[in-house]
Design a protein around this ligand. Structure first.
Ligand SMILES: *[C@@H]1O[C@H](CO)[C@@H](O)[C@H](O)[C@H]1NC(C)=O
Ligand SMILES: *[C@@H]1O[C@H](CO)[C@@H](O)[C@H](O)[C@H]1NC(C)=O
Length: 102
């Protein structure tokens, strides 16, 4: 009994800390993740990412990017036709609503 109360207490404290100190992910989170991805690309034909994936334009207008209007988050990311060379950074894990397309 005492042990399960402690566990419950720990869980409540954890949830409170978690909700008050972590920032809510939004489209800016997705933009940061995609910009991190872009910075890991060593080669793209015609520099398409460098010219098109610009933080001065909305992420949802970037080439290869699809957003959901409901969540206003990035839901698809189709770069298969771009023949990119580089590595995939861990930041892509921040694209919470992402469903990979082939
Ligand atoms: C996204 O969240 C950050 C911090 O949580 C906030 O500063 C920013 O204004 C938000 N951006 C949008 C587009 O809602
Ligand atoms: C990026 O490409 C999309 C699709 O071709 C186009 O609609 C958009 O205007 C481009 N944006 C920039 C900044 O070049």
């Amino acid at each position: 009994m005492g042990r399960s109360c402690n566990l419950l207490f720990a869980l409540v404290v954890f949830i409170l800390l978690h909700t008050s100190f972590s920032t809510v992910p939004n489209i800016s989170t997705d933009e940061a993740a995609l910009l991190a991805f872009k910075s890991h690309i060593s080669f793209s034909p015609n520099n398409i990412l460098a010219t098109n994936w610009s933080s001065s334009t909305p992420v949802c207008t970037w080439i290869g990017i699809t957003c959901s209007s409901r969540h206003h988050r990035v839901t698809a990311f189709d770069i298969s036709s771009m023949q990119l060379h580089g590595t995939i950074p861990p930041h892509l894990g921040n694209l919470h609503f992402l469903k990979f397309k082939k």
